[in-house]
Write a protein that binds this ligand. Structure first.
Ligand code: GRF
Length: 299
């Protein structure tokens, strides 16, 4: 009996099957759904987590210390996607409408990449529900204190590397990104913020608070900013912005809805450019997006 076979034989009663997800006793927050890219019978190792498609509608995974490292084996290639497409990890804490628009743009061919994992600090959020409905693995991060739930920053980096994640996209993720992740993914983590940074950004500026502050300031324009992520809130290099007018009688909710519509469009466009490798860095460290049609033009 192989490693996974014995794991199946040894499954403890606390391993629970939830709508085609198997939860692991060691990492209860890691739920792996059926995934079309993992071929039947293939085995993949993620640090001390092993995945194998066990049956047509189910993947079983085992946690343990004696898992063979198959990261370079031909077996692992069953998980990989074409080298031409990029693997995306999306981090959300809430409803996940930006996540959904990126996922749709990927499905429609606008984005040359695939969402291979959803990372969340709230397993019950709308974004996590959407991921589960679309067979995208859901990972909890960060680890909760005094609990087995969630991955540590180091384990998260191992996990994302094993999934061959190229880019990390924050889409309403409210936790600060740890330095381990920033260092592991230089110039590869993006965030979307619902104001024209550097105005109305930083700790505490999230959700309706941003739009209330914009209206209270008397600013006539707002709009989303897509920026690279550093170790602080909302201070990384700005990559793209869209301008949205602030109307005289706007409520925060009305302004938020108008900005959100632009967010969906600009984030998908930026991720498309990222996956096409059209993001270039000016000598002074400012990132620019090269036009798809004319390589001498920037968006
Ligand atoms: C968006 O307004 C985004 O700018 C901010 O968080 C919100 C997430 O919304 N970072 P949704 O979950 O994508 O609907």
């Amino acid at each position: 009996m192989d490693a996974v076979g014995s794991a199946l034989g040894n499954r403890s009663p606390s391993d629970r099957t939830l709508n085609n997800f198997v939860r692991c006793t060691q990492y209860p927050s890691v739920r792996v759904a059926q995934h079309q890219k993992l071929e039947f019978g293939k085995i993949c190792s993620y640090g001390n987590i092993t995945l194998r498609k066990h049956a047509r509608a189910l993947k079983i995974f085992q946690c343990g210390d004696k898992v063979p490292d198959v990261s370079n084996s031909s077996e692992e290639k069953g998980w990989s996607v074409s080298p031409l497409r990029k693997n995306l990890a999306i981090f959300v804490s809430g409803g996940g409408s930006n996540f959904r628009s990126i996922h749709n743009a990927s499905a429609n061919g606008l984005i040359h990449g695939d969402v291979v994992v959803l990372v969340t600090d709230k397993l019950g959020c709308g974004g996590a529900d959407y991921a589960r409905d679309h067979d995208i693995p859901v990972i909890q991060f960060p680890k909760l204190r005094d609990s087995l739930e969630g991955l540590s920053p180091t384990d998260l980096v191992i996990f994302l590397r094993k999934l061959k994640v190229h880019y990390i996209l924050l889409a309403g993720f409210l936790k600060l990104i740890p330095i381990e992740l920033i260092q592991a993914y230089p110039r590869s983590i993006l965030n979307i913020h619902p104001s024209l940074l550097p105005a109305f950004g930083g700790k505490g500026y999230y959700g309706l608070k941003v739009h209330k502050a914009v209206i209270a300031s008397g600013a006539r324009y707002s709009g989303p900013t897509v920026h690279f992520v550093d170790e602080h809130y909302d201070t990384g290099r700005i990559l793209a912005q869209k301008v949205v007018p602030v109307l005289a009688n706007d409520t925060a909710e009305q302004l938020a809805a108008r900005v959100l519509r632009e967010e969906h469009q600009v984030y998908a466009e930026v991720v498309s450019a990222l996956c096409d490798e059209r993001v270039v860095w000016r000598e002074d460290g400012v990132p620019l997006i090269r036009s798809r049609d004319n390589p001498d033009e920037y968006l």
